[in-house]
Design a protein around this ligand. Structure first.
Ligand SMILES: [Cu+2]
Length: 186
């Protein structure tokens, strides 16, 4: 702690542009002091919990893994019975979540490929305009689960600001066949 008290008053001026024209001797000393100060700061911040992602430490012998924050978990089931010749469905486990991270896990229990695009829009989810290609515009998309074959499951974690969203399968004709669901973050 004595070292910190001695170092910090000298380190602080490194960010001061006025020092650039100062005496060479002093300027060459500063990086060394800055490195020492950073090393001390790193030790002092080892309990910082603001870092994200998965971290492993060997401190307790076997290692401790902190899982990445995936936010609210939302299950989406997409299905069909005979492709575009039969009914299609998109069922969401919850239609709301707190703003922030949301993890969608989409299971395709149908017979053909499906996908899920997350579109931020104030237009009601079932009133998006279907274009000549039998798809809706993906303007406002903040992410998606790409085409997923029958029987498979995929996930995506998105950062969702507060607002209204439409979840849509935008493979041709699927939106008009009810592969759509509302979602709101608050
Ligand atoms: Cu689909």
């Amino acid at each position: 702690m004595i070292v910190i008290a001695m170092v910090s008053p000298k380190v602080r001026p490194t960010n001061d542009p006025r020092l650039k024209g100062g005496p060479m001797g002093r300027i060459r000393m500063l990086p060394v002091l800055a490195v020492a100060a950073l090393a001390l700061a790193a030790v002092g911040c080892s309990s910082d919990d603001s870092s994200s992602g998965s971290t492993t430490t060997a401190k307790s012998g076997g290692g401790v893994t902190v899982p990445t924050d995936k936010g609210t978990q939302v299950d989406v089931t997409v299905s069909d019975t005979k492709g575009t010749d039969g009914p299609m469905t998109m069922v969401v486990s919850t239609a709301t979540a707190p703003a922030g991270k949301v993890t969608f896990t989409m299971k395709n229990t149908g017979t053909i490929e499906h996908e899920m695009i997350v579109i931020k829009t104030d237009t009601p989810y079932d009133q998006l305009k279907v274009n000549a290609d039998d798809k809706v515009s993906e303007d406002g998309s903040i992410g998606e689960i790409s085409e997923t074959p029958a029987g498979e499951t995929k996930s995506v974690t998105l950062d969702m600001p507060a607002g209204k969203y439409a979840l849509v399968c935008n493979i041709a004709k699927h939106y008009a066949m009810n592969m759509r669901a509302p979602f709101t973050t608050t």
